[in-house]
Write a new protein. Structure first.
Length: 365
């Protein structure tokens, strides 16, 4: 690991590319964070081929350190889901089966605990389409992102129900009402993964000096670009500039299932001019992250989670909650920087041209 200095920022640790880090990875920051899941100043890793992302997030992180409370991250909810498909003979029998399932919730919760030390059944929801019954199980899964834990529990619950409720039969262990790795409305409405809102209030002088813009310009652009533009494009419960950029880089660096950026990047940016100060927030209802499980045993990933403070002795689930908060704070840093840049004609392209002058190869900024 080498260290280089970013002009106007603190030292940035850079992981030299080798056989264990095939994607260029840099640690940027630190960002300052507070809230109910993480506090302090933390450098964050970003694995990406899009070289301007590092200084962009670093700019947002630098601004977070200029504000006393930094980025305030509030973890609102958490749950991993798996939906199953049950087939009945008609809608009436599907409805009867759904009522029978809800009558057995205590029984299903007890059964869930036999599938894992950490799985807890939180809720069951359903939809009926003709003779088809879609059942959405929602679980807490400790420090794991919970894909496999939820599927194992759902498989056990489904077999149990098929053996005890008449006039129904197996349809599928995954019925797309979860919804996994697809852009849908249901996850934003009901939640899947960690639901985190991050926010920061930036004094007007910092907005002018560090972002070279005004609160009014950022708030106006957020409406015209992120809200109206996304509406015209047919976005699904999403209004942001580029959450996917930060999510993918952070997910790859910390051993997450990168395909979950599909639903993870569905989120809403909100900006307001508060007497010249800029209030800026990012809400991400579908952050699917974990600190244990598949992908976490790689040396580079273990090192990243250690440095992030997400391998500490804490109550079950708290390491994953901390990771989710840091993920969301990283997203805010990059979103804030890009939105500010786009209020100034030509700034975005000039920056990309300057930073990518080596045809995308990593270099010092």
């Amino acid at each position: 690991m080498t260290t280089r200095t970013v002009p106007g920022d603190t030292a940035v640790a850079i992981a030299a590319p080798d056989s264990t880090t095939p994607i260029p990875t840099r640690w940027v920051g630190p960002l300052r964070i507070s809230g109910n899941a993480a506090t302090g100043e933390v450098h964050v890793p970003l694995a990406t081929y899009e070289t301007p992302l590092w200084p962009s997030v670093a700019r947002g992180a630098r601004i977070s350190r200029m504000v006393d409370s930094g980025i305030q991250a509030t973890l609102v909810d958490e749950r991993m889901t798996r939906s199953v498909l049950i087939e009945a003979t008609d809608a009436q029998s599907a409805h009867s089966a759904a009522r029978a399932i809800h009558d057995r919730l205590d029984e299903l919760r007890t059964l869930t605990r036999t599938t894992s030390r950490f799985a807890e059944l939180l809720a069951v929801r359903h939809e009926i389409v003709g003779p088809l019954l879609y059942v959405r199980f929602e679980f807490s899964t400790g420090d794991a992102s919970g894909h496999n834990m939820a599927t194992l529990a759902a498989d056990t619950l489904l077999s149990h129900l098929l053996a005890r409720i008449p006039d129904i039969r197996y349809g599928s262990i995954s019925a797309n009402y979860c919804t996994d790795k697809k852009a849908t409305a249901v996850n934003g409405i009901l939640g899947r993964g960690k639901n985190v809102t991050t926010e920061i209030l930036i004094p007007r002088q910092i907005v002018a000096d560090q972002l070279r813009t005004t609160a009014a310009k950022v708030a106006h652009l957020n409406v015209t670009k992120n809200l109206v533009g996304t509406l015209l494009a047919g976005g699904i419960r999403s209004a942001n500039a580029h959450y996917a950029n930060m999510l993918l880089a952070f997910y790859l660096a910390t051993g997450q299932d990168a395909a979950n950026i599909v639903e993870g990047s569905q989120g809403v940016t909100y900006a307001a001019d508060r007497d010249g100060d800029l209030y800026f927030s990012c809400t991400l209802p579908n952050l699917i992250v974990g600190t244990i499980g598949n992908g976490k045993s790689l040396a580079t990933v273990e090192d990243a989670l250690d440095r992030l403070g997400c391998h500490s002795e804490r109550p079950v689930g708290d390491n994953a909650r901390r990771l989710a908060a840091l993920t969301a704070a990283t997203v805010l840093c990059g979103e804030l920087s890009l939105m500010a840049a786009q209020t100034n004609p030509g700034e975005l392209m000039r920056t990309h041209t300057r930073l990518e002058r080596t045809n995308g190869a990593p270099h010092a900024h």
